[in-house]
Design a binder for this molecule. Structure first.
Ligand code: HEC
Ligand code: HEC
Length: 334
């Protein structure tokens, strides 16, 4: 009797909802899952979960706190004495449109979400990118960049040692961070798809002939690399870069970027706040060739000093546009 009822129930469900040849893009909340359904091969970019101790939770803790708990329940040594990954990278989405690099749009978007505005590209979506340390970063890290260029593991390891000035990650730690990065990959809802495009993509899931075109369509919807162009400070620092600055926008940059690291000397000996003392201190040096000129620190960063190992990463124009730099200077001089 029960068996009979089940058969009847199953039959009526399939009458009401006939098996479709189309999949819904909404069936794939993670963009990587949609791309895999469309035939993309991620090869060994996926974490090796078979190593003892590997978990996305451990990876998240390493990224946010700089340590994790290993397979035998012991707390690891701090990865870096100076920084954690989130000192320089957001782990949340930071761009309103994933297909364009627009520093000002990112500043406003992160401000709205209560996020800092930082030199490193968001780790959110890092697994969706194909190349790392792009553009001018080879000028800073030299040959080290070539290994990391097409290899997410090398990119993480390079940053742990060179950017964070810390120890090398153990295999299980590296795979854990990678597992966490897969968790914070782009969501399908992060890219902008029209209804027609959604239908086309859904159809392509079960139609091999349409898959290549579908993958191409998806690839146009987000940046698969984060561009980086280093620019030099203005030659005449008294005159500045010739652009008129917007004080309010400059304040936003100062608060969400500079103070994120300098408030109460969080990551630097230099403690800054919103008061006039801090601003006067910065103002005094702006027009000079002093190593504390804002132009100098923003465009060239502050190098690792021997014995200290803490340093300030520079801002490529993609992270602080020339207009934004003029805004920051206008705020400080105001
Ligand atoms: C002091 C600042 C700083 C710290 C700390 C730091 N990073 Fe970075 N990281 C950078 C900068 C700057 C880049 C250059 C490329 C970019 O992000 O645009 C970078 C690049 C990367 C990239 C490649 C991104 C891309 O698309 O090119 C990855 C992955 C990465 N870091 C992971 C990490 C991890 C994991 C940690 C912690 C173990 C970490 N970083 C700590 C500043 C930092
Ligand atoms: C990711 C963290 C971070 C951000 C963001 C940041 N700084 Fe720094 N800054 C540092 C660190 C670390 C140092 C190194 C000094 C040290 O050894 O403590 C530094 C050094 C400096 C110095 C002193 C340079 C020297 O040689 O004495 C100035 C001035 C400065 N920063 C200004 C700024 C301004 C202006 C901004 C915003 C545009 C900013 N910083 C954003 C981390 C940061």
């Amino acid at each position: 009797m029960i068996k009979y009822l089940i058969v009847v129930a199953v039959c009526s469900i399939s009458v009401l909802f006939p098996a479709k040849n189309t999949q819904l893009v909404e069936d794939y909340p993670m963009l990587t899952d949609l791309e895999m359904a469309l035939g993309k091969d991620f090869g060994d970019k996926k974490p090796n979960m078979s190593i003892k101790g590997v978990s996305a939770e451990a990876g998240e803790s390493l990224v946010k706190n700089g340590f994790a708990t290993n397979a035998s329940g012991k707390k690891t040594k701090q990865q870096s004495k100076h920084f954690v990954c989130t000192s320089c990278h957001n782990v949340e989405r930071e761009d309103p449109n994933m297909a364009v690099n627009d520093a000002q749009a990112r500043l406003l978007y992160t401000n709205e979400k209560g996020l800092p505005y930082l030199q490193g590209t968001a780790l959110y979506g890092a697994v969706n990118r194909n190349t790392y340390y792009n553009g001018d970063y080879y000028k800073k890290y030299g040959d080290l960049v070539y290994k990391a260029k097409n290899n997410v593991r090398e990119a993480i390891q390079l940053c742990a040692q060179e950017c964070a000035q810390g120890r090398k990650l153990k295999d299980w730690e590296l795979e854990s961070i990678l597992a966490y990065l897969w968790k914070i990959g782009l969501k399908t809802s992060d890219i902008q798809l029209s209804e027609t495009e959604k239908t086309d993509l859904g159809e392509a899931v079960n139609n091999k002939e349409k898959q290549q075109e579908a993958l191409f369509l998806v690839s146009k919807k987000y940046l698969d690399s984060s561009a980086a162009t280093f620019v030099v400070p203005p030659v005449d620092r008294d005159k500045g870069n010739g652009l008129n600055g917007d004080v309010e926008n400059g304040k936003l940059i100062y608060k969400n970027s500079c103070l994120y690291c300098h408030d109460k000397g969080r990551y630097s000996y230099l403690s800054l706040d919103e008061g006039s003392m801090s601003r006067n201190y910065l103002k005094k040096h702006i027009g000079t060739y002093h190593r504390q000129s804002v132009y100098q620190v923003v465009r060239w960063g502050v190098p690792v000093k021997s014995g200290k190992k803490s340093y300030m990463p520079q801002y490529p124009v993609e992270k602080l546009s020339e207009q934004q730099l003029a805004d920051l200077v206008a705020f400080i001089n105001n």
